[in-house]
Write a protein that binds this ligand. Structure first.
Ligand SMILES: [Zn+2]
Ligand SMILES: [Zn+2]
Ligand SMILES: [Zn+2]
Length: 285
């Protein structure tokens, strides 16, 4: 499996808009790996199946930048509805529809939690007579799957895993979901867990412990995030997850400006045997 980190930032990105904090100032000065756009990952299986996880607002330019704009996307997975993960949906789907992205006429396979569809797909144009469709599936030729069985083409297997990012909100009557994804192919495995918080639900831990984990990509949004069950992970949370799951290789992503700067964060994490992702980083699992 070939993985490209198209973005590695949390929702504000680095530098954050109009922010003059030391991390954002250093990023403006140094550029390069200090700059982070919203988190998104591209995965190519050994047989050439292309998977995109999340569509941040900058998704079109990201695919251009990393020379993936000519790559036909086979599967799109969403973790959850927050804007840094879904803000580019219509922008990219519109372009793909206009450019005949699916020349065979086969719909594009998409998997997302129910509340993600309701919020990100139906919600945006609600009430607009020209765009206020209740269902975008036909318009964009999407096959929105409710089961991941069909999403395991060839030798690639995909498993959705629940996280605690959106757990329990008294004002919301339905279950809000955020998924991580576990990919396995020919005995190799990689998990992508963003907005997954510092504590995972027991079933997710069990699924991840159930097999040899070659690569674990995990969110490290903040340096310090006091209080449990608050939806994001910090340094301590990442080290706890590493100790719990013992992956062969661990890489952090979804990094906020309310964290160390890239240089400081990478040398801190390196001491613990953990790598720090940067926009454009490519790895093979
Ligand atoms: Zn996020
Ligand atoms: Zn800042
Ligand atoms: Zn989120």
């Amino acid at each position: 499996m070939k993985l490209t980190f198209m973005g590695t930032g949390a929702s504000e990105g680095i530098p954050a808009f109009r922010c003059l904090c030391p991390v954002c100032s250093e990023a403006r000065e140094k550029g390069g790996r200090h700059i982070r756009q919203n988190a998104s990952l591209h995965l190519q299986s050994e047989r050439g199946i292309n998977v995109l996880i999340d569509m941040p607002p900058q998704i079109k330019m990201m695919l251009e930048k990393y020379s993936l704009s000519d790559t036909a996307l086979d599967i799109i997975l969403f973790t959850h509805y927050h804007i840094d993960h879904t803000g580019g949906i219509f922008h990219l789907l519109e372009s793909m529809a206009n450019n005949g992205h699916v020349p065979t006429g086969k719909p594009l396979k998409v998997y997302m939690p129910d509340d993600c569809y309701r919020t990100a797909m139906e919600g945006m144009y609600a009430g607009q007579p020209d765009m206020g469709r209740s269902d975008y599936r036909e318009f964009y030729s999407l096959e929105v799957l409710r089961s991941l069985e069909k999403l395991s083409p060839g030798t690639l297997k995909v498993l959705a895993l629940d996280t605690n990012h959106l757990a329990g909100h008294p004002a919301v009557p339905y279950k809000r979901e955020c998924h991580g994804y576990l990919f396995t192919e020919k005995g190799r495995s990689a998990a992508y867990m963003v907005d997954s918080s510092a504590e995972l639900p027991p079933a997710t831990v069990e699924a991840l412990l159930n097999q040899k984990l070659d690569c674990l990509i995990y969110e490290c949004t903040f340096d310090r995030y006091p209080g449990k069950g608050r939806g994001h992970s910090d340094h301590e949370g990442v080290l706890g997850i590493r100790d719990l799951l013992r992956p062969e290789r661990m890489i952090i992503t979804h990094i906020s400006h309310r964290n160390f700067s890239h240089d400081r964060l990478s040398s801190f994490m390196e001491k613990h045997g953990i790598e720090t992702a940067w926009d454009g980083m490519k790895i093979e699992v």
